[in-house]
Write a protein that binds this ligand. Structure first.
Ligand code: MN
Length: 315
């Protein structure tokens, strides 16, 4: 079992707790602050500032918090699980299809998945358009860059809307499996769009699960041509992943605008307490059936919103 440990300050831990809001567990060990369970990883935060990630997705999950301008002090990663599908070192200068998804942690709105092809020859152009790690870009920049990108490179955008998501989820399909199938479909769409697979030197998936699990979910085989690679934070490794991420975020933002218009209320991103409030407003205005059409109903936000509505009706 792989695990990772980060040491963070209190503000950071509180921020993380809000992010894991739908996944918080009731059992907290001694000295513990909170426990959250997501697919492939259990997260335990301690009052001491230590936060422990355990399970096959430990490395990936902990990496969400160890980047950017966060106030990280130390980082120790033990038992780091290397896999056989890491991209080669010079991957950044190759002709690659990259894929990424948006919306998996957001209560409101769909999951959007994009695969995009950036050839060697197009790398300078794509860079010129301002493509970089989308986490470093603000929404208006994302929109502006995405509008140029969709005119310039072959891509496939898939949107899993809320009714379909909820149907699949209620039938027992994990979010991991949904993502895997969407990535696979988007990638095969792009392969069909471009002149011949010969021009593609590789496929790079921004890793959201262990490669073995991806192959199982998609009923596919490793060792295909072009080769398929997985790595976390792949946005930084090849512009195709960064471009895919930007287009996926752009599509997500547009859908969120549409959904907000449809219910006549602004629907926030994320899954924190402000989302519970917004969900309660949707129930108040339209009823719970309409909420289900614009959200991922298995998130704990649904129950929390229903409670808020109850309290308001009593009060
Ligand atoms: Mn990603």
């Amino acid at each position: 079992m792989s695990h990772a440990v980060l040491k963070l300050d209190k503000a950071q831990l509180n921020k993380i707790k809000i992010e894991y809001h739908p996944y918080i567990q009731s059992n907290v060990p001694q000295g513990g602050l909170f426990v959250a369970k997501v697919e492939g990883c259990t997260i335990t935060a301690y009052k001491s500032g230590k936060i422990l990630f355990q399970g096959p997705a430990a490395e990936q999950e902990s990496s969400r918090w160890s980047e950017g301008e966060t106030v990280l002090k130390t980082k120790e990663v033990k038992g780091r699980k290397k896999h056989a599908y890491l991209p080669p070192e010079q991957v950044g200068s190759k002709s690659m299809i990259g894929s990424d998804e948006v919306g998996t942690g957001d209560f409101f709105g769909p999951i959007t998945v994009v695969a995009a092809f950036v050839s060697k020859e197009q790398l300078p152009l794509v860079k010129e358009l301002g493509v970089k790690d989308s986490k470093l870009l603000k929404d208006p920049q994302i929109i502006e860059i995405a509008k140029d990108l969709i005119q310039s490179i072959p891509y496939s955008l898939l949107v899993l809307d809320n009714p379909k998501y909820n149907e699949l989820q209620s039938k027992g399909m994990s979010q991991g499996k949904m993502k895997a199938k969407l990535h696979q479909k988007a990638i095969s769409n792009v392969l069909e769009k471009i002149s011949g697979p010969d021009t593609v030197e590789g496929i790079l998936i921004d890793q959201f699960c262990e490669p073995d699990i991806y192959f199982r979910h998609t009923n596919s085989q490793p060792g295909t041509n072009p080769p398929i690679y997985f790595e976390t934070k792949a946005e930084a490794l090849h512009l195709s992943v960064a471009a895919a991420s930007i287009i996926a975020r752009y599509a997500f933002l547009k859908k969120m605008d549409d959904l907000s218009d449809s219910v006549g209320l602004p629907l926030p991103k994320g899954a924190g307490p402000h989302v519970d409030e917004a969900a309660a407003k949707v129930i108040f205005k339209h009823g719970v059936d309409v909420l289900k059409k614009v959200s991922k109903t298995h998130f704990a936000n649904t129950q929390k919103a229903l409670k808020l509505v109850q309290q308001k009706r009593k009060g």
